[in-house]
Design a binder for this molecule. Sequence first.
Ligand code: HEM
Ligand code: HEM
Length: 210
Amino acid sequence: MSWKNTEYRYGALSIGLHWLMLILLVAVYATIELREFFPKGSDPRDALKALHFMLGLSVLGFALLRLGVRLSGPTPRIEPESGSWQKQSAHLMHIALYVLMIGLPIAGWLTLSAAGKPIPFFGLQLPALIGENKGLAKQIKEIHEVVGTAGYFLIGLHAVAALFHHYIKRDNTLVRMLPSRDRAEEQGVVQSENRNSRHSVHREAEQLHA
Ligand code: HEM
Ligand code: HEM
């Protein structure tokens, strides 16, 4: 399977990064929700928060890589083709998800910077992005929390849309995002053969009517 995206399906890199991102985000959300079970200032609470920061910063790194991969190649097309409003809403949803994966970690990083707190990253300390300003820290933290909560709905909607395409519309939306060993399908041979056989069925029908 090719590592780059083709006109027919996502490449191994995009697919790997997509599903890795799902796992990372589950962990990012779980760590920040689970902290509520521990009293303020306790070791487990602080450890969960530090994990939230470090995994969230990893999301930022992988999302930038993923965006680079996406922008440097074609976006595989959906077969059968969707209507134009569906294409546009899918495009908007992808932009919103990238904003979530890039904007939220930056907002988190800014929050810690403005609060004058350390920014841990797997044994390293990242630099503060802005100077200390407690009022600003509070405001960015509120935005981070609101957008973070909205992320549950965005991701949920995105997953439901993918399942709708797969089970109801029965197009190749989801299959394009799953690993494949089928080189023919990867290169679009199956699709073009299908198209050719559809065309020949049409031609035969036309000849019968003539
Ligand atoms: C895509 C990645 C991220 C997501 C989805 C996310 C999501 C969230 C959510 C939903 C909350 C609020 C929880 C609540 O209301 O109780 C939160 C809190 C917070 N997040 Fe993130 N976050 C991400 C990345 C980061 C990063 C990279 C940092 C810092 C480097 C960070 C710093 C914080 C801080 C400081 C809080 C407040 C915690 C507290 O006061 O207890 N977040 N995050
Ligand atoms: C169970 C959860 C998920 C399912 C079933 C799912 C399914 C899919 C499918 C089928 C596609 C291809 C759709 C297309 O190209 O139009 C896709 C693309 C995409 N997904 Fe997901 N997804 C899930 C979770 C996530 C999460 C957690 C994120 C990140 C916040 C995400 C972000 C994206 C983005 C940005 C694209 C556009 C393609 C790209 O640039 O890589 N997905 N997803």
